[in-house]
Design a protein around this ligand. Structure first.
Ligand code: EPU
Length: 340
């Protein structure tokens, strides 16, 4: 089935809770219905498009003058299983954390560190979500979807997806052209855990035995202590990416700021902690109108209530400018800004 609405209010479809309208809003619950809609509705083809899952990584600064497509494609299926690996397909409309819970309950490993990340499965490969030392690409075997230019169903294997830090082929080259309808994951049935990140191991040990459920619980408790719950306080998680710089730049900064966190990011490259840079630039906990920098994690911008998208964007510009002035590092937004 498909359902098309017009002048659709998006306030409850974005976790920042911003008021904005979409010219058209389409929901589909199967890949075939999406194809049928585009075949039957010629105008749909020429409109500007936005694929919208849970709206947990975007900021509307204006109304959206085009068609928002919201996949409600459901279902988690075990395709095959052997003593080492479980192959599982999940629809684009499945809530990510429900998928993680489903895997953990069955002893399928690889996604437990990504517990409680807001959003739906369809956005997971686009954004290559990551947390606590794991990136989604480590378990993604195949991404299936529809090319809206040709209306063909296509599948991309892992290496064709061009995954990078919070990016992929679908976010760059195929942006708004290829809509993900389902993702096939290869999950491990072995006890291979990724516990090296920060305080994760200590938190798991505090909870007891090292197993998938305790790792999930530990990640949830760390996230809840640092990150605001979007159901209560409007936010989109990390607002900026952690900047990746060349080694000499990181070494130079480290001379002036010996306590600055630095992580290896591939040959000759280092990743800096944007949250640390923002905090040192004096922004942690500070407000600008109805927007503010979260007081427990400076990488997160919050809507204190009634903030407009422009207000939040303006705050982010101030942060970018101040970090640039102080550290000569230009922060890049991680959230997608819509309407500029
Ligand atoms: N830090 C500060 N001040 C702050 C925030 C962080 O000094 O206000 C320091 C921390 O002390 C730590 C370092 O910066 O030394 C890194 O902080 P943290 O471990 O909290 O993680 P992050 O790099 O700020 C990234 C992801 C998060 C993910 C966490 C945990 C990005 C853009 N963000 O944040 O992802 O949950 O690691 O793995 O890569 C998201 O993408 O929406 C998101 C929340």
């Amino acid at each position: 089935m498909y359902h098309l609405q017009h002048d659709f209010p998006l306030k409850s479809n974005n976790t920042f809770g911003i008021s904005a309208n979409a010219k058209h809003y389409l929901t589909v619950d199967s890949p075939d219905d999406l194809i049928r809609f585009f075949k039957e509705n010629n105008p749909g083809k020429n409109e500007k498009r936005l694929f919208l899952g849970a709206g947990s990584n975007l900021l509307f600064i204006n109304n959206f003058d085009g068609i928002v497509i919201h996949p409600e494609i459901d279902g988690i299926h075990l395709i095959s299983e052997n003593p080492d690996v479980a192959v599982v397909e999940a629809g684009a409309g499945v809530v990510w954390d429900q998928f993680v819970e489903w895997c953990v309950e069955r002893g399928f490993g690889g996604v437990e560190n990504l517990s409680l990340i807001p959003g739906n499965v369809g956005a997971v490969p686009v954004q290559n979500i990551g947390a606590y030392g794991t990136e989604a690409e480590s378990v993604i075997a195949e991404v299936i979807g529809i090319n809206l230019d040709t209306l063909e169903i296509k599948s991309f294997n892992h290496s064709e997806c061009q995954f990078g830090y919070r990016t992929s082929l679908f976010k760059v080259e195929l942006k708004e052209r290829f809509m993900v309808t389902s993702v096939i994951f290869h999950l491990t049935k072995q006890t291979e855990f990724q516990l090296e990140y920060g305080a994760l191991k200590a938190e798991v040990c505090r909870l007891g035995e090292i197993n998938l459920q305790n790792i999930r619980n530990a990640v949830i408790s760390i996230r809840e202590s640092k990150l605001p719950d979007p159901a209560k306080v409007g936010n989109a998680g990390s607002f900026f990416k952690n900047p990746i710089v060349s080694e000499p730049i990181a070494t130079d900064l480290k001379k002036s700021y010996p306590d600055m966190p630095v992580y290896p990011a591939g040959e000759g490259l280092e990743k800096l902690a944007a949250g640390w840079l923002i905090e040192k630039a004096g922004w942690k906990g500070r407000s600008f109108g109805n927007a503010a920098v979260h007081d427990k994690q400076a990488l997160v911008i919050i809507n204190k209530g009634g903030a407009s998208g422009k207000e939040i964007f303006e705050l982010s510009e101030k942060i970018v400018n101040d970090v640039l002035q102080k550290f000569n590092i230009e922060l890049e937004r991680e959230v997608l800004v819509i309407g500029n």
